[in-house]
Design a protein around this ligand. Structure first.
Ligand code: BDP
Length: 680
């Protein structure tokens, strides 16, 4: 079912009516074959709505229907490509073939994206298949409003679209609109509550199931399955047992019964997401068990129903480095999980943050992803901009994710991250060689804000995430261009040009005014990781450190003299990162402690790089203000005003970053800026 937005104030994101005009003006035949389920109904409804608005025509036919008299044929046929679709143009007719209605929905949106170009010259079939079988979004939404975190943890777009007034919303029309957006970019899994599971949210698994089913009913027609984050302590918290020990038969029976109830209510339920033994969440360590024991407990409950456990590898003792500064949080996930390779059941996917620390704008890729060939793996990204400007800053993350997914991490650089998590050939060194793949997952950036994402341009991050999860080889700037075309159809060409100016390199610009050279975490703990605080975590018990002193800065993570983290990588990365001569500049301070006068590959000293890049980046951001102002009247007024207001804040904040970081380095090092620019 395609719902129209409840409120005219809700921005249609990349699916305004006008974006469907090229399709809607055509004569369209939809043939669902034997797959006339809820997703098929969505395909028909999308075409019905578009053709009604734009003067085309819809025919719902069957296998026998002739393509004559149609411009576009959308057909479910058994010979369509698994999980994907094929598009061709023959005899002046565009034909999309998919093996099921979900593939057809994705093919329909492929036509929408192509616009009039989908109806040009005849061409041979082009097949599109997602690389990752699971393409997921995790919502860190709470039912209750948390006193510190608010309702959506690390959410910068208002309250939750799922919950209000202490319960699942009565009116879920925003969820229906959201489901439509997700289906259009190929997302097929959503976890609807925070990985930090508080007592109220824990109950979704039991008392709240009827409400979860209402949410699942809205995602299903768009090819999206619903998941819940669950507490490992559920048998105690919800079931009244005295233990949650995985070896305890009562605990096993409790989980089995819980899963039975879930599937009796939601037969296509996806499964569980679990954060255990991390940042205060309960887990198997309390019972002397490891994380394979913990994950398999839940997996065995889900298995009869076809469900999957997404078990997070974000496990570290957040007080560890504070107690002993010779330890290293970056090592934690590998130290915990690599020894468990091969011990996880087949319906467990280990969900690994892309970097070893925590979603910083620049981190090396997590070595866990290379270390577990006998485990299903998912890489976890962060669409919500916790460490990238809280959706107050323009920071287009497509290029970051593209680098992550394309990074040739595996031994001898033979396989990139996208291939590893997709189980593509070569990764599965198991006896049978055919373990199914894991997937790509990310924390959502959406809330009940009228623009969905607080900063209207942050919609591009959600869009690019879905598109890259489908095809990690897509060019992120081309995806941005696609997003611009769909979001502002028919706009003056200056809109497209200006958005590229602001957004194409905005991640690198953000990096250039914040923490330098991969050191990370110079964010303010008191402002929820927003804005600069160079020593904010240097002496905190949650510490991640940069170890700046009068002589130098950076964390020695080498095997020779440091924490040994570099040794967690396969060749060639272990050697590349270990050696100062080959460690890339952008990760230098992540792996090495160096003097301020150390000369980078770029030819600059570390300290001069810090001075220059911060100053230059603020000049860039400042130039965006006028560029955007010139679009007044060319984009919707409310959107223009919202972006303008946020750009002012970005300039203020970037300036604050520049001045604090430059001053800090000057005071520590005593080295003046060689260009003579003043340091305040
Ligand atoms: C950190 C967030 C915290 C999350 C945690 C996680 O600051 O709010 O709970 O990650 O991923 O980035 O579990």
């Amino acid at each position: 079912m395609v719902s129209a937005s409840t409120s005219p104030r809700v921005h249609p994101a990349w699916l305004p009516d006008a974006a469907l005009a090229p399709l809607g003006a055509r004569r369209v035949l939809v043939d669902l074959g034997r797959d006339a389920g809820p997703v098929g109904a969505t395909v028909v409804e999308e075409v019905r709505r578009a053709t009604a608005a734009h003067g085309g025509a819809l025919t719902v036919g069957d296998d026998a229907s002739s393509t004559d008299g149609h411009d576009l044929v959308l057909r479910v046929a058994p010979d369509g490509p698994d999980h994907g679709f094929t598009r061709l143009r023959t005899g002046g007719v565009t034909v999309v073939v998919a093996p099921d209605a979900t593939g057809l929905l994705h093919g329909l949106h492929d036509v929408v994206r192509a616009g009039d170009a989908a109806f040009g010259a005849d061409h041979a079939p082009v097949t599109s298949r997602p690389v990752a079988p699971v393409r997921m979004l995790d919502h860190w939404d709470n039912i209750d409003v948390h006193p510190v975190m608010g309702q959506v943890e690390r959410g910068y777009a208002g309250g939750s679209i799922f919950y209000a007034d202490g319960r699942v919303r009565e009116d879920l029309s925003r969820v229906a609109d959201y489901a439509r957006l997700l289906g259009s970019i190929g997302i097929n899994a959503v976890a609807i509550n925070n990985v930090n599971v508080h007592r109220t949210e824990a109950r979704l698994l039991t008392d709240g199931l009827a409400d979860v089913a209402r949410v699942a009913d809205l995602f299903r027609p768009h090819g999206v399955r619903t998941y819940l984050s669950v507490s490992f302590a559920s048998p105690v918290v919800l079931g009244g047992l005295t233990t949650s020990d995985p070896a305890d038969p009562d605990v096993q029976a409790w989980w089995a019964a819980a899963a039975d109830r879930v599937y009796a209510t939601i037969p296509d339920f996806g499964g569980f997401v679990v954060k255990a033994d991390s940042e205060g969440q309960p887990g198997p360590f309390a019972y002397g068990r490891d994380h394979a024991d913990g994950a398999n407990l839940l997996a065995r409950a889900l298995r009869p129903h076809g469900g999957t456990v997404f078990w997070r590898a974000f496990v570290y003792n957040h007080e560890q480095d504070w107690r002993d500064r010779r330890t290293d949080r970056a090592r934690a996930a590998y130290d915990h999980f690599a020894p468990l390779d091969g011990r996880f059941d087949e319906n467990v996917v280990l969900q690994v943050k892309y970097g070893p620390i925590d979603f910083q704008p620049r981190e090396p890729i997590s070595p866990v992803l290379a270390a577990m060939p006998r485990t299903r793996l998912a890489v976890e990204l962060q669409v919500t901009q916790e460490y990238t400007g809280h959706q107050k800053h323009v920071c287009y993350l497509g290029p970051l994710w593209s680098q992550v997914l394309g990074f040739p991490l595996a031994e001898d650089a033979t396989r990139d991250v996208a291939r590893i998590v997709s189980g593509l050939p070569g990764h599965r060194d198991t006896p049978s060689g055919d373990l199914p793949a894991g997937g790509i997952t990310a924390v959502s950036n959406v809330g009940d804000d009228e623009f969905w994402t607080g900063h209207p341009l942050a919609q591009a991050n959600l869009y690019a995430y879905g598109r890259l999860a489908w095809n990690p080889e897509a060019d992120p700037v081309e995806l941005l261009d696609e997003w611009i075309g769909l979001t502002f159809p028919g706009a003056d060409p200056r809109v497209r040009a200006t958005l590229h100016t602001l957004m194409d390199d905005s991640w690198l610009t953000y990096e250039a005014y914040t923490a330098p050279l991969g050191v990370g975490f110079m964010v303010d703990p008191g402002r929820g990781h927003y804005g600069p605080n160079v020593d904010g975590y240097e002496y905190s018990k949650w510490g991640t450190y940069h170890f700046a002193d009068r002589d130098g800065i950076g964390v020695d993570r080498t095997v020779a003299t440091g924490t040994g983290y570099a040794g967690q990588y396969p060749s060639p990365w272990r050697e590349t990162y270990e050696d100062l001569a080959t460690c890339p500049d952008e990760l230098l301070l992540f792996f090495h402690h160096v003097p301020y006068g150390h000369v980078l590959h770029s030819g600059k000293t570390v300290v001069q790089h810090v001075y220059d890049s911060r100053a230059d980046a603020v000049d860039v951001v400042t130039s965006w203000v006028d560029a955007w102002a010139a679009l007044d009247g060319l984009v919707p007024d409310g959107l223009h005003a919202r972006v303008a207001e946020r750009l002012d804040e970005q300039v203020r904040s970037a300036t604050e970053w520049r001045d604090q970081v430059r001053t800090y380095f000057f005071r520590k090092s005593g080295v003046p800026d060689a260009t003579g620019r003043p340091i305040y």
